[in-house]
Unconditional design. Sequence first.
Length: 603
Amino acid sequence: MTGRSDTTSPRSPAPISDYGLLGDTRTAALVASDGALDWLCVPRFDGEPLFGRLIGGRDAGTFRIGPARPATVVERRYRRHSATLETTWAVGGSRLTLTEGMIAEVSGRLLPTTLIVRRLSTEDAAVDAVVEFDPRLGVRHRRPRVHHRHQALVCQWGSLAVSLSSSPALTIEPGRPTVITVRPGRPVTFALAVAHREPLIHVEPASAWELLNEDEDRWRAWTAEIDESLPFREHVVRSLLTMRLLTYSPSRAPVAAPTTSLPEDPGGTRNWDYRYVWPRDASICVSAFLSVGKPGEARGFLAWLLHASRLQRPRLPALLTLHGRHVPPERELPGWPGYLDSVPVRIGNAAAGQHQLDGYGWVIDAAWAFVQAGQPLYSETWRAVRGFADVVSRCWQEPDAGIWEVREPAQHIHSKLMGWLALDRALRIADTHPLPGRQRRRWQEARDAIAAEVRVSGFDPTATSYVRGYASRDLDAALLVLPLLGMDSGDPPRVRGTVDAIRDRLSAGGPLLYRYPPGRDGLPGTESAFLPCSFWLVQALAGTGRRSEAVELFRSMLDLASPLGLYAEELDPATGAHLGNYPQTLTHAALVQAALAIRDAPG
């Protein structure tokens, strides 16, 4: 089957929320509603981009399969409880459907090759479609060496090889869009295989399609184990699936997001690389998985963290690579235009060198949740947790970068609260695990000292609220965790006053919140609403006896999801545009925990 050349004009950037996620638990692709696969890093989330047009512009490569002439999207959805994406367009008097996904496992084992399957079909009348296959590797947009093998187009860059095959066979040239005709009852299937330092496995398109159907069955079996009685279960399941797709299977470490440099402020400089593992975010994911009956994800992550942190222990790194190594130094990519001209485009992340006290609290709280679920810690894991608690007991008075990773260390009240949480949960674990009496007393003394200091220096009586830092009257939405900690459970007015003050003074309109007063972070540009904060508010309302308000707020947040139920990190209150790296693991984990808080709230 031969195609015809296409002279399609350059595309305008799609909104961030227009993209759907494909994943195999090692890397992920983002696909726009016109069928353009504009982002894929290989062989891992933090690898080099193979298709990078999302932030690299026209020269960075794409793999588009969709209508050859103007069309309207009439339906876009994930197949129920699966990671398979379907997009249907109305084209003239007919309809064209693209069904696509990535294969995670075969017979219970990770596939050694990244495999993407994409199928075009129509049931009404013949439809012309365009295929644009333009792979460009890395930050320099390198073109491949091209040859053919087993009727497949093979693109090669040293040890990396990409194979594209189709059924029926098509004549495709890299970088040259081609028009094909899709006829009723005769779908066109593409199989894209990527191998890095591994033999390139050729998979026939028909076989790849069968593997995709098997992958769907596996995801449905995975989701079937999730509690049927959960409130808002369909939304929770989609978030859990997204979190699992963004969890790197070889290490069980969740990546913060599969993208870099999607802007928090379009046209500005707030562009960061999130393709790494933040122990804080990962621990929140672990707690969410545990709460829905998925202890395997938690066990795998804690084992990975034990291994990954060994070189810096007892210090807890702020972030790590997927393999538990130091994150590369932050650098800018000259010549990359960025999404909507948002520059610089960055790889690496300078926050890796920061001291973030709150991370210890999240990690030890996840370990405590693991123990609560009836899963005792291995002796080496408990030793590592004890080391983390010792660091907190010694260093809690030091300034840190805080959860928002500010460039100048300060005395953040949220960090102190999470230091208190670290010691409190470590002491609870010690009730069922061996701990010397001297160490226990040291933790107790430090925990009580933190509480005493925070109650005096971190509380503003005129606002009836805890504040962002010592000698500050600013609020911090991260303090919405207060009702969940138990530190001030004996003083409900302080807890409720903090929640109400944040809801009022950090409101961005409707259910949205700023994480702190806009413009108070020392960075140029504007600050949008931070989506996890709204889900934290749901938790806080549910935890302070206001379940009906929590439900109403949660429903409002569900209305702000992308058409496919995905969330970025931030949202522009004025336009409703999703901003920042996408999809954001932390946002989805916060959604799950908010639903669980509603489930557990009285009334």
